[in-house]
Design a binder for this molecule. Structure first.
Ligand code: CP
Length: 314
């Protein structure tokens, strides 16, 4: 199929065929990344701006590397030393970036809907790198790419997302992708952070950790998003860890071949024991590595690349 989108804003709006297409192009790009020369000229002459107005380690660096592997020129915007500190609006900043000749903007912003807003006022593709508590589409794509790599088809697979779901854009994007891919998704955590209303997204909600983890093939931990919470959602971090933190005992309830995932940043000793984060069931660093190939695929497709022209040579 041909790719018809200029922007990547949400996974809610993507079809299963489009998710498959991104994963398939990412598979081809992953082969490129395994070669001695890890670069192809697909986006030579294009300029990509990483407009990150919220902190990031993984997403910003992976987009930076992805653009460079595709031979694009890339500029990472430093919010702290920019004119946003003088009161310049997102609209003015973005319009100036477009006027300087950028071909694409990758936006991280604390306001849900800001990538959609830019996509409507700018004439260049916009990629959502995380907007508030709304969505983080490339994270959902790299997470499901990693699961498919490890498990094959996700149809009927038991996936548990554990932690602060209410404030998590990662959870929302994963839910949209996983349900389209046919997985059985259970959300687990304290009732204040995992309300039953989330069942409208086609998932199961559980506040009983043992039954949620029993025989699950994937568990994805999420950190507590203090920066987005406007009220105290549970008594203390210690209490959260004692009730819902993943430790060796609780991990033994999982399917024997289960994988442990986390989008990062990890709060060791809070939502996950260090021994599990670094253990052999953990695929946390594979997620990070896969983030480059998946973001190469997103940049390439939204820039107008034809999927059939991705023919990496070993
Ligand atoms: N997973 C994720 O979005 O990490 P960063 O905030 O470091 O980009």
């Amino acid at each position: 199929m041909s790719w018809n989108r200029r922007h990547l804003l949400t996974l809610e709006e993507l079809s299963l065929a489009e998710i498959d297409q991104i994963h398939s192009v990412a598979t081809a790009f992953k082969k490129v990344l395994g070669r001695s020369v890890k670069k192809i000229p697909a986006l030579r002459g294009k300029t990509i701006i990483n407009l990150f107005l919220e902190p990031s380690t993984r997403t910003r660096m992976a987009f930076d590397m992805a653009a460079k592997r595709l031979s694009a020129d890339v500029i990472s915007f430093d919010a702290a030393s920019s004119s946003t500190t003088k009161g310049e609006t997102l609209r003015d900043t973005a319009e100036n970036i477009a006027a300087l000749g950028a071909d694409m903007i990758v936006l991280r912003h604390n306001c849900a809907g800001s990538p959609l807003y830019l996509s409507k006022i700018l004439g260049i593709p916009v990629i959502n790198a995380g907007d508030g508590s709304h969505e983080h589409p490339t994270q959902g794509l790299l997470d499901t790419f990693t699961m498919r790599e490890r498990l094959g088809s996700l149809k009927g697979r038991r996936v548990v997302i554990l932690g602060d779901i209410l404030f998590s854009r990662v959870a929302r994007s994963n839910i949209h992708a996983l349900t389209k891919l046919g997985a059985n998704v259970t959300l687990c955590g304290p009732s204040t952070l995992v309300p039953h209303s989330l069942e409208s997204l086609g998932v199961t909600v559980s506040h009983d950790l043992r039954s949620a983890l029993a025989d699950a093939e994937v568990v994805m931990l999420l950190r507590i998003q203090h920066e987005r919470q406007t009220a105290t959602m549970f008594p203390s971090l210690g209490e959260y860890t004692s009730m819902f933190g993943l430790n060796q005992t609780r991990a033994s309830w999982l399917h024997p071949k289960a994988i442990i995932m986390h989008p990062g940043p990890i709060n060791r000793g809070v939502e996950i024991d260090s021994s599990l984060a670094d253990g052999e069931r953990s695929v946390i660093l594979d997620q990070v590595t896969n983030g480059i190939a998946v973001r190469m695929a997103c940049l390439y497709l939204c820039a107008g690349g034809a999927p059939e022209s991705v023919t990496p040579v070993d």
